[in-house]
Design a protein around this ligand. Structure first.
Ligand SMILES: [Zn+2]
Length: 322
């Protein structure tokens, strides 16, 4: 068990770094803001705001926009996030696909690379992910010193005790593999790894529909089923980064057997894998969402039947989450 950090006491450096985040966050969620507007929103003193804005502008993270003419007094200069202030690489690994993107500081995608994979083991996937990263850097011609790091998303759950077989929805051979450390070794870039559902929730919170929401649940229907949780503006990961692993909630006691050893787990009804199984595909291990899209477009009755069956277990799960 690890000791919980208590939020109290602050040294000057921490306070400064916290205030910088607060300023960036205010601009990110509201768009370009003048110093006076930032001061109003953050309740920080105008002197503090001036110092921080100056620092962030010098660091290339904020940029001044065209001056707004006020009714009286000095015209106010609004500041916005400088898209070229920093870049990051995002990697996602799933059963059939490895995807890499470069995004700028405004969240816009600058480059994207996709490679087909087949339930890759770490030995197969790590060199591929490193190549995708270096290809992304080359094709987007970004300044290497502005590269903030790599964020990688992959299916959970991570390191669940007593769950020896995680079944067809988790990637085989990754349970205790030190993904971040290995990828850092190969690329020389700082790496952070998150389960796919949590990463998706962070994306929506920063740049998507959840931008202005403090508390929300993001349901991630992948090969399995996961959820990303934000509570009062904070990402909730639980003690093992598995807080949103809702796939094994029992929604049908005595229902379909699951590889976790139980019966009637939610992801046996609501997940890509559940759909593939329900459709009676010859090779569900190699099915892809493209196939489901084709079936949906052609009005395939088997797909409609799966959707109809999936609705109720999903409704139950949402009730539990609420
Ligand atoms: Zn299960």
């Amino acid at each position: 068990m690890t000791l919980k950090k208590v939020i109290s006491g602050t040294n000057l450096e921490q306070a400064k770094s916290h205030n910088r985040r607060v300023v960036i966050e205010a601009i990110r969620t509201n768009g370009a803001l003048s110093r006076a507007a930032i001061a109003r929103l953050t309740a920080l003193s105008s002197q503090t705001i001036s110092n921080i804005v100056e620092e962030l502008e010098a660091a290339g993270l904020l940029r001044p926009e065209a001056t707004l003419k006020g009714a009286r007094g000095q015209p106010a200069v609004p500041y916005s996030i400088n898209p070229d202030g920093g870049y990051s690489i995002g990697l996602q690994l799933d059963h059939q696909l490895a995807v890499g993107v470069v995004t700028d500081l405004s969240g816009a995608m600058r480059a994207r690379i996709e490679r087909n994979v087949d339930q890759p083991t770490p030995t197969e996937a790590m060199p591929l992910l490193a190549t995708i990263s270096s290809d992304l850097i080359a094709t987007s011609r970004l300044e290497r010193q502005r590269l903030l790091g790599i964020g990688m998303a992959m299916p959970g759950p991570f390191g669940v005790e007593g769950m020896t077989s995680v079944g067809p929805t988790a990637l085989p051979g990754w349970q205790d593999f030190p993904v971040a450390e290995e990828l850092e070794q190969l690329t020389g870039i700082a790496v952070t790894v998150e389960n796919d559902a949590t990463a998706a929730a962070i994306g929506e919170r920063l740049y998507g529909v959840a931008r202005k929401l403090g508390s929300f649940v993001y349901l991630f229907i992948g090969t399995g089923l996961g959820a990303g949780l934000f509570l009062d503006g904070h990402l909730y990961k639980g003690s093992r980064h598995n807080a949103g692993e809702i796939g094994h909630i029992i929604v049908r006691p005595g229902g379909l057997p699951c590889d976790c050893g139980k019966r009637g787990c939610l992801e046996r009804y609501v997940s890509l894998r559940a759909a593939y199984d329900r459709l009676g595909l010859a090779d569900p291990d190699h099915a892809s969402p493209d196939l489901l899209e084709q079936l949906l477009a052609s009005g395939d009755s088997r797909f409609e039947a799966w959707l109809a069956e999936a609705v109720e277990p999903l409704r139950q799960a949402i009730d539990i989450l609420e």
